[in-house]
Structures are given as C-alpha cells and as structure tokens.
Design a protein around this ligand. Structure first.
Ligand SMILES: Nc1ncnc2c1ncn2[C@@H]1O[C@H](COP(=O)(O)OP(=O)(O)OP(=O)(O)O)[C@@H](O)[C@H]1O
Length: 253
C-alpha cells in the first residue's frame, strides 16, 4: 500500500562517488512521478539527464540529494557521503561577500581552499565582492566554487546554465569540464539542452514516463564537434526519444 506522506525508502552510504538506485518511486498525491528507477552510476562518471518538462528530472535529483524527506516514495538509494548541488539560480547569500559564500558551512581551515577555488573558476581577487555586483555567469561560477568547497564525491546540477546567454553557457561548459577533470566528482547534470548533454557527458539518460527510457554512452572524442556526423546521429536519437521531430538542422553554437 502506498503511503500518502511517508517516505519509505532505504538509504545507504556508498564507499565512493558511485550512485545506485533500485526501484526508486516518488509520487505527489495520485501522480506517480518516478515509477521504479533502476540506475547505477560508477564513481567519476559524468552523466547528463534529459527529459521533457515535468518528466521528473528535478524530483529525481532532489531524491538523490536527500532534499525530499517529506515526499512519498520508496526504493533503495546508495549515495556518496559528500554530495553537493548547484541550481539554475546561484542561491548565494546576498548579505555575505563572495568568499564567505564559497566557504558557507565549511570550517575556517577551508579558507585557502576557497581562495584557490575562486581562482579556478576565474574569479581571483573577487573574494570581497558582493554577489549582486557579479554578472549571472559570475554568480554561477561562485556557486560552482561553493559546491566544490566541501570536496564532493557527487555533484548534482539542476540546469545550472539554463538562465545564461548562449556565449556565457559555452564558456561555462569549458569551465565545468576543467573543474570535473581536476576534482573528479561523479556528475549528474539535468539539462534541457541536448547539445549540452552530448558535449559534456560520458553518458546521457532520458527520463520518460517515470523511468529511464534511454541510456546512451557518448564515446565521441573531446573536444566534441556538433557538426560531426556521430554527434548528429546521437542528437537525432535523443531528440526522437524526447518526442521532438528534427525538421531542420539545429543551429550550431
Ligand atoms: N512539491 C510538489 N507537489 C506536487 N507536485 C509536484 C511537486 N514537485 C513537482 N511536482 C510535479 O511533479 C512533476 C515532475 O516535476 P519535476 O520538477 O521533477 O519535473 P522536471 O522534469 O524537472 O521539469 P522541468 O524540466 O520543467 O524543470 C511535475 O508534474 C510537477 O508538477
């Protein structure tokens, strides 16, 4: 019998950055959003998650992040001990300067790491700036630095570049690639952008009708070229899985 308010899942801690979900369900009232997700993500893999609006991508991410204890559902989750999340909006504290934002929740001893991370995201010298003096892209850079401050084994990203203009987004792709190469977290990135998913990820999942409908390994060499026939074949496949007819070539960023 389904509980209307109790979360009946079991959560275990993974030994590394891997994620394992078995029969994960989530429902809001009578709406079954996740209908028994089975998913294994090995330590260090970069996975992108696509799905139509309302398909449950954020619900899945929040379940993995443990941000939904009051939501009804069941299943088994095995998740890393240290997990960080970034969102479409930077969620910086406006009354704190940049460095304290990066170090939020960290011990004082993490200060040098915070300074280094700001340099890594291209914001050296901006420690004392106020968040509202930064551009949207810069604020997302701070939010990435903050996410990495706790040395996460798993980075969950919910459309982190969705509100940025196309050029800034491409720069942020390069930054994320570099950060992931340096810090090596497992990544689960939710995006609406099929090209973003193929450009960045080693594996792309499509959430369909509450389950993982497609699971595609991206074995294209890097840097990836959207005009490459292999790239376009994967794009056609994913767009079809999303129910989008590709009538004209997509503009190449
Ligand atoms: N707290 C809530 N209460 C009731 N229904 C909810 C709640 N949160 C999400 N939903 C519903 O669950 C479904 C999945 O929502 P979710 O935000 O996970 O989808 P999504 O794939 O991330 O969508 P989008 O791409 O538009 O952000 C939607 O139909 C949404 O209306």
């Amino acid at each position: 019998m389904r509980s209307s308010h109790l979360n009946q899942q079991r959560v275990r801690t993974a030994e590394d950055g891997s994620v394992e979900l078995r029969g994960l369900t989530r429902n809001f009232g009578d709406d079954d959003i996740l209908k028994g997700i089975d998913l294994t993500i090995p330590d260090g893999q970069f996975v992108a998650l696509l799905g139509r609006s309302g398909s449950g991508k954020s619900t899945l991410l929040r379940a993995i992040a443990g941000l939904d204890h009051s939501v009804a559902g069941s299943g088994l989750l095995r998740v890393p001990e240290r997990t960080a999340m970034v969102f479409q909006d930077s969620r910086l504290l406006p009354w704190q300067r940049v460095l304290p934002n990066v170090l939020y929740g960290q011990p004082r001893s993490a200060r040098p790491r915070g300074v280094d991370l700001l340099a890594e995201v291209g914001l050296a010298g901006r420690e004392k700036s106020w968040p509202n003096s930064l551009s949207g892209g810069e604020q997302q850079r701070v939010s990435l630095a903050r996410a990495l401050a706790g040395e996460p084994q798993l980075l969950l990203a919910d459309e982190p570049f969705g509100a940025l203009d196309a050029l800034t987004r491409i720069k942020m792709h390069g930054l994320l690639r570099t950060l992931v190469r340096t810090h090596r977290p497992t990544v689960l990135l939710v995006t609406h952008d099929v090209d973003e998913a193929i450009s960045l990820a080693q594996r792309v999942l499509v959430l369909q009708s509450g389950r993982i409908g497609r699971d595609v390994t991206i074995d294209l060499p890097e840097p990836r070229d959207a005009t490459d026939p292999g790239f376009q074949r994967i794009r056609r496949d994913l767009l079809a899985a999303l129910g989008v007819e590709q009538t004209a070539p997509q503009p190449v960023p």
